[in-house]
Design a protein around this ligand. Structure first.
Ligand code: ZN
Length: 378
């Protein structure tokens, strides 16, 4: 058989035993080389995989940081003009720029540093802006509450002062309703102030402001209705405070201490007097000033236009004085001097008291804060 012939027969003498051992050694050595090759290959594969994994990890970390930075950028824009501390926005802006340049670095550089630090700093800067926005919103709510309180206080005063004074209840009812709503809105605002919910705080500030407008408008409507009844002259304005200014808000005129004006207009009057004294060598002669409701009522004569009805006079607001010493006559040196200079000190001669006005009264002067004075622009 060819097969039998081609294959060396077993060597009974052991002559082929050496070559068999060599073959075994060679095979063993081949196996070792194979194992080493396998080990090296595996190592390379592992290294490549690990490197790829690291790179992949670095990329996904970078994506997260980029998303965080985009959100921070949105917050930066949304917080414009809405933070208590502008420095928090300046810091956030710097952090965003830092992250931008960090992300622009090659991946290999970032593998060694990681994004944790950058992410943490950005997170802290973001948190600071958010906290500052809450603080700002809280301040807004507090300011809006005070503003509503002022409007409410005036509304209540007008509501009470117009009770039984001829203003139709249909006109007064909306004011009462506005006050009821205001109380509820204020309660809700107080509740939101207890928390840190930004949206709730912003809504509360908006509601307070809206309600203040409603209250003010309703107050004005009732006030106008009372004005039409009580102070028919267009230059007179009804005010629930007229003749009822608390003494704490009034000050005596230093050179005429039995006379009083509202404290906030006294300085201007003192300066006006000093200038007048320089020109004429004497103080302004004060003949009349603040009048209580009762004293206005006592001088009011419905058949004469001279004294306004009680509740309608700027004397009752502590914002008017009647001046003598020459000023009580049109076109005197003293009157003309006052016409030329009083406005520099916040005092004016109102249009209704001009020679061609409703009641020509050269002696009657008002603070620019008096509403009638403002309306007439005198
Ligand atoms: Zn007067």
């Amino acid at each position: 058989m060819t097969l039998t012939n081609a294959t060396p027969a077993a060597d009974p003498t052991g002559a082929t035993a050496g070559s068999t051992a060599r073959e075994r050694r060679e095979a063993k050595s081949r196996r070792r080389r194979n194992v080493r090759a396998m080990i090296v290959t595996t190592l390379v594969v592992v290294l490549v995989l690990a490197g790829g994994g690291l790179a992949w990890y670095a990329m996904s970390e970078a994506d997260e940081l980029a998303a965080q930075n985009a959100a921070a950028r949105q917050l930066l824009s949304a917080s414009d003009g809405k933070v208590a501390e502008e420095t928090t926005r300046v810091s956030l802006s710097a952090e965003i720029a830092d992250v931008d340049s960090f992300l622009a670095e090659p991946v290999l550089n970032r593998i060694t540093t990681g994004t944790a630090d950058a992410s943490e700093s950005l997170g802290a800067a973001t948190g600071a802006v958010q906290a500052s926005m809450v603080e700002f919103a809280r301040d807004e709510v507090t300011t809006a509450r005070k503003s509503l309180e002022t409007a409410e206080s005036r509304a209540r005063k007008v509501y009470e002062a117009t009770e039984g004074k001829g203003v139709d209840d249909v006109v007064r009812a909306p004011l009462q309703e506005a006050l009821t709503t205001a109380a509820a809105v204020d309660d809700a605002a107080n509740h939101s102030l207890a928390g840190t919910d930004l949206a709730a705080l912003e809504q509360a500030a908006l509601d307070l402001s809206t309600n203040r407008s409603v209250v003010s408008l309703a107050t004005e409507t009732v006030s106008d209705a009372q004005d039409a009844i009580t102070c028919p002259a267009p230059d007179q304005t009804w005010d629930p405070d007229s003749g009822k200014i608390p003494s704490s808000a009034l000050s005596p005129i230093p050179w005429a201490p039995t006379h009083f004006v509202r404290t906030d207009v006294l300085d201007g009057l003192i300066e006006l007097d000093a200038a007048y004294r320089k020109a004429f060598g004497e103080h302004l002669t004060i003949n009349s000033s603040y009048r209580s409701y009762e004293s206005q009522a006592s001088i009011y004569d419905p058949s004469s236009p001279i004294a306004a009805p009680p509740g309608c006079s700027n004397h009752g607001m502590g914002l008017a004085v009647d001046i003598g010493g020459g000023v009580e006559t049109f076109d005197t040196e003293q009157y003309n001097w006052l016409k030329a200079h009083a406005q520099d000190y916040g005092w004016v001669h109102p249009a209704f008291a001009e020679p061609n006005g409703r009641v020509p009264e050269p002696w009657h002067w008002e603070s620019v804060l008096a509403r009638a004075g403002l309306v007439n622009g005198a």
